[in-house]
Design a protein around this ligand. Structure first.
Ligand code: PHE
Length: 348
């Protein structure tokens, strides 16, 4: 028994010294000191020893247990310190390293141009309003003086919604004229940025979804001269103070008289001479930028205004087209594909 004890004690101390991790140490501890551990069994074995030998043997067993317990405690501290040193070396933080830069998002190029456009009108005292993209025939067409069989009402041009008798995706921002004027009394000056939809196939110059900014002003004695003044100022703020602007007679059901407004080709103007092979104007020297006119008396009547006392002008422009000219982009689809390599080139 004495020899057996001495052997156990030596074996335990050797195993403890050989432990490389706290988990290994715990396994060794359980093997010797656990409920079924060898030294624990030895304590129980004392019961079978003749009573006369018990005190001496008992003291030996206790010494062995104490020695092993002390060795476990010392090894535990050693291993814990080693683990700490290891993790300190491994997880070292260099507080002098420069921080990691987080990529910063920014507005979409169409939104940047829209903001620029809206800002010019806000500077002239216009309010900003919005309206629904799902419209009905009344606001999108009827109240805007479109005849019952006007071709724009055709399913060829308009995207109708299946779940309503006359629900459609607005084909222009002009229905917001109706909504705004019905809810307000003149004088008013309003710009309406928004998304519009038409049945077009996506190609470099067409998209079934595009952006417009509508504008209108109603007051006593508003004339076509006011319209010209506002639009020329706007276009020169956007494209430069020297930009040539021209008004051509045109037709819209909701304005009379109506005009289409062109600016001198930005590329030819920058080159100082008209280029017959110009990619931007295709040799035409002028770029169509917006539609405009004096609000038709029928429209004023439809919103409850008296065309004898108030007059107004309205205009609508394509934000996408202005963005294309502003940024020299050749393909409208780039604005809608949202490829980050493209979008990242427009910091605000
Ligand atoms: N709504 C017209 C269009 O989408 C543009 C326009 C607006 C023309 C206001 C005149 C007045 O083409």
């Amino acid at each position: 028994m004495e020899e057996e004890l001495a052997r156990l004690r030596e074996a335990a101390l050797a195993e403890i010294a050989a432990c490389g991790t706290e988990a290994e140490l715990e396994a060794v501890r359980v093997r010797y000191l656990g409920r079924k551990g060898s030294l624990t069994e030895a304590v129980r074995g004392l019961g079978r020893v003749p009573p006369a030998e018990r005190p001496a043997l008992g003291a030996l067993v206790n010494q062995a247990k104490e020695a092993v317990e002390a060795a476990v405690a010392v090894a535990g501290e050693r291993l814990a310190a080693a683990r700490l040193a290891e993790s300190l070396a491994h997880d070292r933080i260099d507080v002098t390293l420069p921080g990691r830069r987080r990529p910063r998002g920014h507005a979409h190029p169409l939104r940047l141009v829209e903001d620029e456009i809206v800002d010019v009108f806000v500077g002239m005292g216009f309010q900003v309003a919005e309206g629904p993209e799902v419209e009905d025939d009344y606001h999108n067409f009827a109240a805007l003086n479109f005849g019952a069989d006007h071709p724009a009402r055709d399913a060829q041009d308009t995207l109708f919604l299946a779940d309503g008798p006359d629900l459609l995706l607005r084909t222009h921002t002009s229905p917001v004229q109706i909504r705004y004027m019905r809810a307000t009394q003149p004088p008013l000056r309003v710009v309406v940025p928004g998304t519009v939809y038409r049945r077009d196939d996506l190609d470099p110059t067409h998209s079934p979804m595009f952006q417009q900014v509508e504008g209108f002003m109603v007051d006593e004695r508003v004339s076509f001269a006011d319209l010209k003044g506002v639009l020329v100022h706007f276009l020169r703020r956007l494209f430069g103070a020297e930009t040539g602007v021209r008004f051509r007679p045109s037709f819209f059901p909701f304005t009379e008289p109506s005009a289409e407004v062109d600016i001198a080709c930005v590329r030819c103007a920058a080159a100082g001479a008209a280029d017959p092979a110009c990619r931007v104007c295709r040799g035409r020297q002028w770029l169509e930028i917006l539609g405009a006119g004096m609000i038709h008396p029928n429209v004023l009547r439809a919103v409850g205004y008296d065309p004898e006392t108030v007059q107004g002008f309205a205009f609508g422009l394509g934000t996408d087209r202005i963005a294309i000219l502003r940024y020299g982009i050749e393909d409208l689809r780039l604005f809608y594909e949202n490829d980050l390599r493209f979008l990242a080139q427009f910091p605000s």
